[in-house]
Design a protein. Structure first.
Length: 206
């Protein structure tokens, strides 16, 4: 019996709107960064150049202001001076061809480096605060992250001090006009109900 050559399924790619008018979610039928996420704002091009060949190439488009990669999609933030209808097909074609060519999206080892950087930046908590922070992180991971990921973004715990929870907004959440309402009405309300020690939730742009 002759061996049959295995063929890869064709790359399918479509776009999804996000609550942020300056970002667009490019979704494929191929896993790009399985069960992981990488956020590269425009001021972190050097980090992108070190770890993400895809983000590096996307930043060569002068209107790209941010690249967020997670699972089977990449969220791109653009400059407000340009409109999506004029650049969307160019980006779709580029991403589709990039994946079809089997090029590297993310280099191995980024998760370990990211975890180390986050550990160095994050404050250390003891006693009751440590328990509260653990519960807050668990609630954000379980109830908030899956919802915002569908919109092409992420909300990450940053710090907790005297009842105030600071979070980092990434991907489509960063700079989104509706994020403040979601933060206060949805996330803050939920945390206040489930962790009475929380008095407010404030955003730090990622």
């Amino acid at each position: 019996m002759d061996d049959k050559k295995m063929t890869k399924p064709p790359v399918m790619l479509y776009t999804e709107q996000t609550p942020n008018p300056e970002t667009l979610k490019f979704v494929t039928n191929q896993m790009m960064y399985a069960r992981k996420m990488a956020d590269f704002p425009v001021d972190e091009k050097e980090l992108a150049a070190e770890w993400s060949p895809l983000a590096t190439e996307l930043f060569k488009f002068e209107y790209v202001q941010g690249v967020y990669i997670c699972n089977n999609f990449v969220t791109i933030s653009k400059s407000p001076e340009v409109e999506w209808p004029t650049i969307m097909m160019e980006l779709k074609t580029f991403i589709k061809t990039y994946i079809e060519d089997g090029k590297v999206v993310m280099k191995e080892g980024f998760e370990e480096v990211k975890a180390k950087l986050e550990a160095e930046e994050e404050e250390q908590y003891t006693g009751d605060d440590a328990e509260l922070v653990g519960k807050i992180k668990q609630l954000l991971d379980k109830y908030v992250r899956p919802a915002v990921e569908m919109d092409g973004g992420n909300i990450k715990f940053h710090s907790f001090d005297k009842g105030v929870v600071n979070v980092i907004l990434q991907g489509s959440c960063s700079g989104c006009p509706s994020s403040s309402g979601t933060l206060k009405v949805g996330i803050e309300g939920m945390l206040k109900r489930m962790v009475p020690e929380v008095t407010s939730v404030e955003a730090i742009m990622g």
